[in-house]
Design a protein around this ligand. Structure first.
Ligand code: SAM
Length: 200
């Protein structure tokens, strides 16, 4: 689901970039470690700050990234134009990822799966494209945040079948991922790192 104008503005500003750099990426790094030389995918890359972090902080050798919104992909392309062939960008949908099975050492989700009506389909795609032993780094907004009257007043999200932390972790398990660690900010946000078992 595309962002409304309010959330588009919230996502495309220096404060959002600072929060992603200083808090979100550092937390996921502490939880799940670096991926030196690894091949990474970012779901819903927005304006491309996550791509820079995956390369520069997590140590990936290359990042494939896509977003449902062509405007976001255009902004991200401008941001990472000096990264050459280390970055591949396209317009795409996390419920049908345009990549072969077992392609990536890591998949990153900076707050996009809660925008997807059939979010379990996205998790099924995440495990499909991960290599055995690969890691899924996720930050997600939970039902309490999405269904809060203030959030509903200003932002557009799917409202049915939203997840709390237990549901999200349960769905990771049902998809075949093993959660390595997770942390919550109250009932609003979850950060977690999960892995695709080597035997799958
Ligand atoms: C809250 S923004 C987060 C953007 C970026 N990851 C960040 O942290 O700034 C959610 C993004 O997910 C994208 N999106 C929504 N549904 C999607 C889908 N099914 N597949 C891929 N991207 C999607 C939106 O266009 C938007 O750019």
């Amino acid at each position: 689901m595309l962002l409304n104008n309010v959330e588009y503005a919230l996502m495309n500003n220096p404060l959002r970039a600072a929060i992603q750099r200083r808090f979100e990426a550092r937390r996921l790094l502490r939880m799940g470690g670096r991926i030196p030389g690894g091949a990474a995918l970012e779901l819903g890359c927005g304006r491309g700050v996550g791509i820079e972090l995956i390369l520069d902080v997590f140590g990936a050798s290359g990042v494939d990234a896509f977003d449902l919104d062509p405007r976001m992909v255009a902004v991200a392309a401008r941001r990472v134009r000096d990264r050459g062939d280390r970055v591949r960008l396209w317009v795409g949908d996390a419920t049908a990822i345009a990549a072969p099975d077992a392609t990536y050492d890591a998949v990153f989700d900076f707050g996009i799966i809660h925008h997807i009506p059939d979010w379990r389909a996205a998790l099924a795609e995440v495990i499909r494209v991960l290599k055995p032993g690969g890691r899924f780094f996720a930050e997600e907004m939970l039902a309490s945040f999405i269904q809060h009257p203030l959030t509903r007043r200003f932002l557009d999200h799917p409202q049915t079948d939203r997840f709390d932390a237990a549901m999200f972790l349960g769905a990771l398990g049902e998809a075949g991922l093993t959660t390595l660690c997770s942390q919550n900010l109250g009932k609003s946000v979850i950060w977690c790192v999960a892995t695709k078992p080597v035997a799958v």
